[in-house]
Design a protein around this ligand. Structure first.
Ligand code: TRP
Length: 447
């Protein structure tokens, strides 16, 4: 185990797992998906998904990872050798590369917007100018590919430095700072004229809006935001000592993650409605409205730069956790060095990221093709960030509950005398509720 590396401390593990969970999924994806799906009702269903599906699967991944001390492919093979179960691990490895590809494009946007703020481009900006600025930005092919490359190299660099040194150190001071700036932004947004309409949209459910896609989007968002369904949390659990309490770690991670997501809604929607902007506009949503908020804040230029820099750091603590999955697979199963594995998988993710990087400009033709309708980035986000993760979470739940068996998982969860008062509920959730619900929601998409 020592050659695989280990977490430095208990707080280090929770920070790293929370660092993985908190990222663009909370601040970029949650508001854009919420806006697309009609607001408050979606938020309610989302919170339901976090509790009913997210928490149980999170605990399943932690325990399976720690029990086997393996990467996802190795973990399934360790418990059920010579079966096809390790394909769930391969699905996770592939999903990881694909999510990393488009995620790093958006992470590149945060770098770009950090520079835009620093160079004073937000000052005095209004809705029309903000929209035009983002439009021009994503339609600059070379800049987009360059930012993607920069972000990928940063990710590779940190993953090469290894588990404790690389993954833990960076999140300790920076994430609380991000949280503080978000509180400031929320106050500014809520005090803009006309902010109340945004609050209504965000908090007052309209039950007429219930539909199949809302459930799929909420479920996918819950898995995405908690880094579940492809073995990230499984891999992080595999670096964890037996003394740590899996139950409280899972509860902390889910609570922090959900708090940040809800908070970013309180920033985005009041401002959005105060400017009469369209909530369903898709992946550009947050980048279109934030400059308008900063322009209306004293010292907005500095807050803007700092915010986008910290958001880039939050994205980085997530991308390293995504890249860690394919890298741990190559290290454990193929005996590659960490350096070689990181460069290869990072390069693959870069290559697959190029179409997403170009989807705002050079690759617009995708959205005019009959099958695509949407730009490549949104398409990739939907396929890998939503459907593939849900499929992965389904197989993880079935495997832990019915192949490995809940008794063994509970032994792992309560190792070293940890108590687990809700064990009964967890068993019901992971055995029946999670697999059935995921299946029903996925199947409802096809009918
Ligand atoms: N959860 C992260 C976020 O919200 C992104 C992320 C990290 C992720 N690891 C993952 C998403 C694994 C899906 C699967 O930004």
């Amino acid at each position: 185990m020592s050659s695989r590396g280990n977490w430095g401390s208990r707080a280090g593990f929770i920070l790293a797992a929370a660092g993985s969970a908190v990222g663009l999924g909370n601040i970029w994806r949650f508001p854009y998906i919420t806006g697309k799906n009609g607001g408050a009702l979606f938020v309610l269903i989302y919170i339901g998904c976090v509790i009913v599906l997210g928490l149980p699967v999170l605990l399943a991944e932690f325990s399976l990872g720690r029990a086997t001390t393996r990467n996802p492919v190795g973990a399934f093979a360790a418990i059920r050798p010579n079966s096809i179960w390790h394909w769930t691990g391969y699905l996770g490895v592939i999903t990881g590369v694909m999510i990393l590809s488009f995620y790093s494009v958006v992470a590149g946007w945060t770098l770009g917007y950090c520079f835009k703020s620093l160079s004073g481009q937000f000052s005095g900006i209004d809705k029309g100018k903000a929209l035009a600025m983002f439009g021009r930005f994503i339609a600059s092919p070379w800049l987009q590919v360059l930012l993607l490359a920069i972000f990928m190299v940063l990710t590779i660099y940190i993953v090469i430095k290894g588990v404790a040194a690389g993954l833990e150190r960076y999140s300790k001071i920076l994430m609380p700072t991000l949280f503080l700036i978000m509180i400031l932004l929320m106050v500014r947004s809520l005090t803009l004229p006309g902010a109340g309409k945004g609050l209504l949209f965000y908090l007052k459910p309209d039950f007429a809006k219930i539909s199949g896609p809302v459930f799929l989007e909420a479920m996918g968002q819950a898995f995405f935001s908690l880094s579940l369904g492809m073995g990230t949390m499984l891999t992080y659990g595999s670096y964890l000592g037996k003394k740590e309490n899996l139950v409280s770690s899972a509860a902390w991670v889910a609570a922090l993650d959900t708090t940040i997501a809800i908070l970013s809604g309180f920033i985005i929607f009041p401002a959005l409605f105060s400017q009469n902007m369209e909530p369903g506009q898709g992946p550009g949503l947050v980048f279109n409205i934030l400059p308008v908020i900063f322009a209306r804040m004293p010292g907005g230029m500095w807050f803007g730069s700092l915010f986008f820099m910290l958001l880039a750091v939050a994205a980085l603590t997530s991308t390293i956790s995504i890249l860690e999955v394919p890298v741990a697979f190559l290290i454990d199963e193929k005996k590659w060095t960490r350096r070689k594995a990181s460069w290869l998988m990072g390069a693959l993710a870069f290559a697959f990221g190029v179409p997403s990087a170009l989807s705002g400009g050079g690759m617009k033709f995708f959205s005019s093709l009959p099958f695509f309708h949407i730009d490549f980035l949104s398409l990739w986000d939907k396929i890998w960030g939503n459907v593939a993760l849900s499929v992965g979470a389904f197989f993880i739940a079935v495997f832990v509950a019915h192949v490995w068996k809940t008794a063994n998982a509970l032994d792992e969860i309560t190792a070293d005398g940890a108590s687990f008062r809700l064990a009964r509920l967890w068993v019901i959730a992971i055995k029946y509720v999670c697999p059935l619900l995921i299946l029903v929601v996925l199947a409802s998409q096809f009918f």
